[in-house]
Write a protein that binds this ligand. Structure first.
Ligand SMILES: Nc1ncnc2c1ncn2[C@@H]1O[C@H](COP(=O)(O)OP(=O)(O)OP(=O)(O)O)[C@@H](O)[C@H]1O
Length: 262
């Protein structure tokens, strides 16, 4: 399953946010999405999720247009834990399954309910929260809450996992544990991942490909006249061999973000 982004543009009124996005992403690619604040990274993720439609161009999953509403094949995790404070860990992870089911068939009963509970429990165990099934979010640390948010998204077994600065609020130790967890889940599930990060080192550590967004042209009189595009598309799948190249691009990306190169 591959994702084809074909000349995608996104405009809000007369503001062009993104322009000329062209890329092909094979299944299982782990893309880090980097770029200056406000350049349209979240907008890109929202289009992949189906919360926003491109103004122009096409996004094709295996040759078919991406559905223009969120579905179980795509899941998102935000920086701030989007968990429900009044529900236990288990109920937080059951909820997406119940929503999905009730859209079409009403509530779970009997064997189906038991199967859903089993799926939720194994997903909670996969993020290391098996001892906290009956706890409420207020009883969990920040890292545990973010694990819960990830479980809530993974329980529907998305093919595309979208992460909007998921670890930005965590301390370095917890962040590093979350990196290990994410890599484990990514390897086990074979998902295509897009992760926005402001931490370039995190992006280069985790990703197989770095997509660096920025504007290539600017009009000081009309800030919305031009949008951002992918200025560097860096494959990192063979890190040892590509190390010198990666280092060069990493330096260039850092310089661009610091406003030293345009
Ligand atoms: N629904 C909307 N209506 C109008 N403008 C919007 C909307 N959503 C985003 N924008 C504009 O699009 C631009 C890109 O926003 P976006 O949140 O995608 O940037 P970002 O790169 O994710 O920023 P940050 O790194 O600060 O989170 C901003 O100028 C924002 O004001």
């Amino acid at each position: 399953m591959s994702l084809l982004i074909d000349n995608v543009w996104k405009e809000y009124g007369d503001q062009i946010v993104l322009e000329r996005l062209n890329m092909e992403i094979p299944t299982g690619e782990f893309c880090a999405v980097v770029g200056p604040s406000g350049c349209g990274k979240t907008t890109f993720l929202r289009m992949l999720l189906g919360m926003e439609k491109p103004t122009r161009g096409a996004m094709l999953l295996d040759g078919k247009p991406l559905p223009d509403e969120p579905g179980p094949d795509r899941g998102i995790v935000f920086q701030r834990y989007s968990v429900y404070p009044h529900l236990t860990v288990l109920d937080n992870v059951m909820l997406p399954l119940e929503f999905e089911r009730s859209r079409f068939f009403g509530r779970f009963f009997g064997a189906e309910r038991r199967r859903a509970i089993g799926d939720a429990r194994s997903c909670i165990a996969s993020v290391g929260l098996e001892h906290a099934m009956d706890k409420y979010p207020s009883e969990l640390s920040g890292g545990m809450q973010q694990r819960l948010a990830i479980a809530q998204t993974l329980v529907r077994r998305p093919k595309i996992l979208l992460l909007d600065e998921p670890f930005g609020a965590l301390d370095p130790g917890t962040k590093s544990q979350m990196h290990d967890l994410l890599l484990k889940l990514w390897q086990e599930e074979g998902m295509t991942v897009f992760m926005i990060t402001h931490d370039l080192h995190e992006g280069f550590k985790l990703a197989t490909r770095v997509l660096s967004f920025d504007k290539t042209r600017r009009d000081p009189q009309a800030p919305g006249a031009y949008g951002a595009t992918v200025i560097y598309d860096l494959p990192l799948d063979d890190k040892a061999e590509r190390k010198p190249i990666v280092e060069k691009w990493k330096r260039r990306t850092l310089e661009t973000q610091a406003g030293m190169v345009h």
